[in-house]
Ligand binder design. Structure first.
Ligand code: SAH
Length: 347
C-alpha cells in the first residue's frame, strides 16, 4: 500500500525522501505543498519525473470533501471521502474568535452510546494520523477559497469515533496539526466517553489539550442505561482520572452533559453534578440532546434554562452549548447516514 505523505512530520518526510536521491530543499517543497492540500499534479515547482516517481510510492492527499451542507448560521458540514472509499464527517463552525473544525477520529465507533448516530454500525476502522490531519487540511483549503486569510484556529475531536480508542494515531495527529497547520494544543479539545487508562496516559505523555468528558448521567446505574462503557469505567474513576489530567496539564476539564427529558435533569442531578465537579476546576457544558436518531428525548429551552439555573444556584460553573447547524443535521453521524441511505440532503 502507498504511504500517505500527511502521516509524516517534516523531519520524517525528509528522511523518507532522502532515499530518492533528491536535493534536500525538495523535501521542504513537497512538505509545503501537502500542508496546503495539494496533489502531485499541482506541485508545479517540482520536476514532473520526480512527481511521477513519488506518486508510485506515496499518496499526497488523504481525503476529499464530496459533499457540503451550509447552514443559515454559517456552519458547514463536510462529508469526507477517504482514499479507501470510507466516509467521515466534519463540521466547520464560525465563532467570534475564529473558525473551529469538529473532526472525526474513527470510521464509526464501538462505544455504542444510545443517543449517538456515529456508533450505530459499530467501528469500521481507525483513522490514521494523516487522515485526521487531512480533514483539517481540506477544510482550510475550502476556507481559503472563500477568503484567502481565513484559517482554522481550533479543532474539537468530537466527530465520529472515540479519540482515546485510537490513541497512537490521535496523539500523533496532535503533533502533526501543530507543525503543519499552526494549531497549538491550546486550540484543541479532545472529547472522550471516559477511557480511564488513556486519560491518564494522555496526562503522563505531557499533552495539554482541553479534555472533555462525556458524562451525561450522575450515577453509574443511570449512565449504563445510555452508555455501555459505564460497565467498564465508573464515574468515580473517570473523575479521578480527569483530576489527574488537570493536575498534570493545568487545564480545566470540560464535562459534557446532554440533557434528556425525564432522565438526567432533576434537582438531585444538579446537586450530584456539582458534587462530582467541585474538587478541581471543571466547567459543565450542557448540550441539548439532539434526539433525531434515538428514542431518548431532548429538552426545550425552558427545561434547559431551568437545569442551568439549578446548577448555577448550587455553585457549579456551567453554560449551555450554543446549538449550531440545526438545519443541516449538525449532530454526529447524521449527514453520513442520510447520504448512505440515499436521502436528499441538498442545501
Ligand atoms: N467519543 C467521544 C466523542 C463523541 S461526540 C465522546 O464520547 O466524547 C462528542 C459529544 O457529542 C459527546 O459528548 C457525545 O456524547 C455527544 N453526542 C453524541 N450524540 C449526541 C446527540 N444525539 N445529542 C447530543 N449530544 C450527542
Amino acid at each position: 500500500m502507498k504511504k500517505l505523505l500527511l502521516d509524516f512530520t517534516k523531519d520524517e518526510l525528509s528522511q523518507e525522501l532522502a532515499l530518492f536521491d533528491l536535493k534536500p530543499y525538495r523535501a521542504e517543497q513537497v512538505y509545503n505543498w501537502i500542508c496546503g492540500g495539494a496533489d502531485f499534479s499541482e506541485m508545479t515547482n517540482i520536476p514532473k519525473s520526480l512527481r511521477e516517481t513519488l506518486s508510485e510510492k506515496f499518496v499526497a492527499v488523504g481525503s476529499e470533501i464530496i459533499k457540503e451542507a451550509i447552514s443559515k448560521d454559517g456552519t458547514v458540514k463536510f462529508l469526507y471521502k477517504l482514499n479507501d472509499g470510507n466516509l467521515v464527517e466534519g463540521v466547520l463552525m464560525s465563532y467570534k474568535y475564529g473558525y473551529t473544525l469538529c473532526a472525526s477520529t474513527q470510521v464509526g465507533c464501538r462505544m455504542g452510546c444510545a443517543f449517538c448516530a456515529s456508533g450505530k454500525d459499530g467501528l469500521l476502522r481507525n483513522l490514521g494520523a494523516g487522515e485526521i490531519l487531512s480533514e483539517v487540511v481540506e477544510a482550510n483549503k475550502y476556507l481559503r477559497k472563500k477568503d484567502k486569510n481565513a484559517r482554522i484556529g481550533n479543532v474539537v475531536l468530537m466527530g465520529s469515533g472515540e479519540p482515546l480508542d485510537n490513541y497512537d494515531n490521535v496523539t500523533k495527529f496532535l503533533s502533526l496539526v501543530t507543525e503543519s497547520q499552526g494549531i497549538s494544543q491550546r486550540g484543541i479539545s479532545l472529547s472522550t466517553c471516559g477511557l480511564v487508562r488513556n486519560i491518564r496516559r494522555l496526562a503522563d505523555d505531557g499533552f495539554s489539550v482541553t479534555l472533555c468528558i462525556s458524562l451525561h448521567a450522575t450515577s453509574d446505574e443511570k449512565r449504563l442505561r445510555v452508555m455501555p462503557t459505564a460497565n467498564a469505567y465508573k464515574i468515580g474513576e473517570i473523575m479521578s482520572a480527569a483530576e489527574y489530567y488537570f493536575k498534570k496539564s493545568g487545564r480545566r476539564v470540560i464535562i459534557e452533559y446532554a440533557m434528556m427529558r425525564g432522565f438526567n435533569i432533576s434537582e438531585s442531578d444538579a446537586i450530584k453534578l456539582r458534587e462530582l465537579t467541585k474538587n478541581f476546576p471543571c466547567h459543565i457544558n450542557l448540550i441539548p440532546l439532539n434526539d433525531a436518531d434515538s428514542n431518548l428525548v431532548g429538552v426545550n429551552r425552558a427545561e434547559a434554562n431551568a437545569f442551568l439555573k439549578k446548577l448555577l444556584s448550587v455553585g457549579a460553573s456551567a453554560t449551555i452549548r450554543r446549538s449550531l447547524g440545526a438545519d443541516i443535521e449538525g449532530a454526529c453521524g447524521q449527514l453520513k447516514r442520510r447520504y448512505i441511505n440515499g436521502g436528499n440532503n441538498e442545501n
